[in-house]
Design a protein around this ligand. Structure first.
Ligand SMILES: [Cu+2]
Length: 168
């Protein structure tokens, strides 16, 4: 027996399948791009509602070799952005006396810690990559203070220091 589909039928089927594949591909792209974006947007929105009015906000990223980096830095960016020309290890944050300071701390690689002894701050829980640790305090005394990583995170752990300057 010889089954032969008409050439037109075959082409129509192929076209329909291709259209359907294309449709699912679009859906997939929308989900893959849109979902992280929506989560980020939601997170930022939530965060904005939580941020106390007038607070001085800083975002820091901990990196086991590069130390404290300003802003939110992803692991791969840390290497490409800072791999060749390392930033000053000692990140300095400057605020005025009386400011309410909020630090949004994240990690780009391993689990880090945070401690700012002069203001009695010591994070018990580690700062994990992809998570954000919030630290807030009132800069009620002027001076220059050092903050450090409080969890041994690698060979460069001891160099993970930053400076907080509180202007009088
Ligand atoms: Cu560290």
């Amino acid at each position: 027996m010889n089954f032969r589909l008409t050439p037109g039928f075959g082409r129509a089927m192929t076209k329909r399948i291709r259209n359907r594949d294309f449709f699912f591909l679009i859906i997939l792209i929308v989900v893959m791009v849109g979902l992280p974006w929506a989560i980020q947007a939601y997170d930022d929105h939530q965060w904005l509602t939580k941020k106390p009015a007038g607070a001085k906000l800083f975002t820091l990223t901990a990196h086991s070799e590069l130390g404290w980096l300003p802003g939110k830095v992803h692991g791969y960016d840390a290497i490409t952005l800072y791999g060749k020309s390392r930033p000053a290890r000692n990140l300095t944050l400057a605020v005025n006396k009386g400011d309410l300071v909020v630090l949004k701390i994240t990690s780009s690689d391993v689990v880090h810690g945070f401690s700012l002894k002069d203001f009695g701050i010591f994070l018990e829980d580690g700062i994990r990559p992809g998570k954000v640790a919030l630290v807030s305090f009132k800069a009620d005394k002027a001076g220059t203070f050092t903050f450090t990583c409080s969890i041994i995170c690698g060979d460069e752990h001891k160099k993970m220091q930053g400076t907080l300057v509180v202007r009088a």
